[in-house]
Design a protein around this ligand. Structure first.
Ligand code: OAD
Length: 255
């Protein structure tokens, strides 16, 4: 029996419909965004706290900003790493890891770089925007995955060639890694259920995944307290936080 006290404000019929769709699905794809980590205390990008020193992520997370002032961009990323150090996965992350174990073919596509899904136990996942703890050398391309123990507040330089490292994340104006993009597209297009959690569905190409899934016949389930460009196209919508909805769905998937 799955341990979950259901929030009374959730629509129980919709929870049941969503759980049944997942139970009966052969292939489930889940797309997550910053909203799933909001309940872990990590600000979303476009929410009221989504600013750093009065500046938007869109102005800092670009190759142009890094070329112009790498120290400035690193200061933003070192701050984000520090912010993450004491954060832990929440009930939404854990429920998704549980749902993954109940489905034969499951792919989690996350736009988040916070690594909380993996820490919650998710395994079949694609981090399409990279990982905040990854450094990549600007000269030789070597990648180093940091842990919180070896993250410092200094800009990292490459042990192999001495050049400055850059954050191992995808910036605005950069391509996703082809392997990640094709993997995410294939998972979305083949899915019977597309579960979309905590994303404003504004940033491409991730935002298109749900529409491709829908046009291929998937049941689209959206979990987001606010309406998005996807909401009108979704089959089931939960206008609530992921931390309440996902455990409730998981509890019915396992019943
Ligand atoms: P956004 O900040 O654009 O959107 C977060 C969404 O989460 C919003 O629609 C909120 O309504 C919703 N939300 C807030 N709290 C929630 C909760 N408790 N449960 C569920 N949903 C909640 O973040 P993303 O859509 O992830 O890209 O942004 C996409 C990309 O744009 C990011 O990966 C990043 C960013 O700039 C890069 O850095 C390349």
């Amino acid at each position: 029996m799955y341990n979950c006290v259901m929030d009374d404000t959730l629509n129980k019929d919709d929870i049941e419909r969503a759980a049944r769709a997942i139970r009966e699905a052969d292939r489930v794809c889940c797309l997550t965004g910053a909203g799933i980590s909001a309940e872990s205390g990590i600000p979303t990008f476009r929410g009221k706290d989504g600013f750093w020193a009065g500046r938007r992520a869109e102005d800092l997370a670009t190759p142009r900003a890094f070329a112009a002032d790498p120290e400035d961009v690193w200061a933003f990323y070192l701050w984000r790493r520090q912010l993450l150090a004491d954060k832990v996965p929440n009930a939404g992350h854990t429920a998704l890891a549980d749902i993954e174990r109940s489905v034969d073919h499951f792919t989690l596509v996350t736009q988040n770089v916070d690594g909380l899904h993996r820490r919650a136990g998710s395994e079949r996942m694609i981090e399409i925007h990279g990982n905040l703890l990854l450094d990549r050398c600007t000269a030789c391309g070597v990648e180093v995955m940091r842990t919180f123990d070896d993250v410092s507040d200094e800009i990292p330089y490459c042990d192999a060639c001495g050049a400055m490292m850059r954050p191992g994340v995808v910036w605005f104006g950069e391509m996703l890694k082809p392997k990640d993009l094709y993997g995410a597209q294939a998972a979305a297009e083949a899915s019977d259920v597309m579960l979309v959690v905590g994303t404003s569905s504004l940033v491409q190409p991730a935002a298109s995944l749900s529409f491709w899934a829908k046009s291929n016949g998937a049941t689209v389930i959206e979990v987001n307290p606010d309406a998005t460009p996807l909401t009108a196209a979704a089959d089931i919508c939960f206008p609530h936080g992921a931390g309440a909805v996902l455990p409730a769905i998981a509890s019915r998937v396992f019943d």
